[in-house]
Design a protein around this ligand. Structure first.
Ligand SMILES: [Zn+2]
Length: 214
């Protein structure tokens, strides 16, 4: 057994080692600028999780709030036609249920006679109708002229889900001739595709109006 391994020496050795570590730590601390304030973490308080916000349940699921304007609801790409039975599309699902049922019934009879009834437009958001009207004003050069072809959002029956546009032209002709028995009427002379539930108590359609402005 050598002298270096006596308990006394081992104790001194450990003490020196500890001092060395402390010195190293001190030197390391002095080697960089020490922070002015030493933050000492004593305990961690975990704040309670915030109450989850109640889910927004608007009365009308199509409402997107006052800060945003929906200018695309009811839009269909050019040339696209919907089956009247495509319930997933808001163009149809937002329609007056009685109107949708009438179109479906008419489509059933038309189909049995070889005529395919398709929907080219139905429910439209107010913003989308406004966009259509604004485009018409730009195209026709005046509000008065535009109103002959596109209704404003305030009066459009598409916005309230009470109008459908039907295509193709063969289907329009069929519906003009046969829609009355389903309550469906052409409304404007210059829009053979636009139909509303409009028969009177005797099942007759009202006289055609010249256009959306008349
Ligand atoms: Zn229309």
């Amino acid at each position: 057994m050598s002298a270096r391994n006596t308990p006394v020496h081992a104790g001194i050795s450990r003490a020196l080692g500890a001092i060395g570590i402390a010195l190293c730590a001190l030197l390391a601390a002095c080697g960089r600028s020490a922070p002015d304030v030493m933050l000492v973490q004593t305990s961690i308080e975990v704040p309670p999780a915030p109450e989850p916000a109640p889910p927004q349940q608007p009365d009308n699921p199509m409402t997107i709030g006052p800060a945003a304007v929906d200018t695309t609801g009811g839009w269909l790409p050019d040339g696209t036609m919907l089956s009247p039975f495509d319930s997933a599309n808001p163009i149809l699902s937002q329609l007056d249920p009685a109107l949708l049922q009438a179109v479906r019934s008419a489509a059933g009879l038309a189909g049995s006679q070889g005529v395919d009834i398709r929907v080219t437009s139905g429910w439209r958001s107010k913003g989308f109708q406004q966009r259509l009207f604004d485009d018409a004003v730009a195209n026709y050069g005046s509000i008065a002229k535009a109103a002959e072809f596109v209704a404003t959002p305030e009066v459009s029956k598409h916005v309230t889900g009470q109008a459908v546009d039907i295509g193709p032209a063969q289907a329009d002709s069929w519906l003009i001739a046969n829609g009355r028995q389903f309550g469906l009427c052409q409304i404007y002379a210059n829009e053979i595709w636009h139909f509303e539930l409009a028969v009177d108590e005797y099942g007759n359609c009202p006289p055609l109006r010249p256009n959306a402005a008349g």
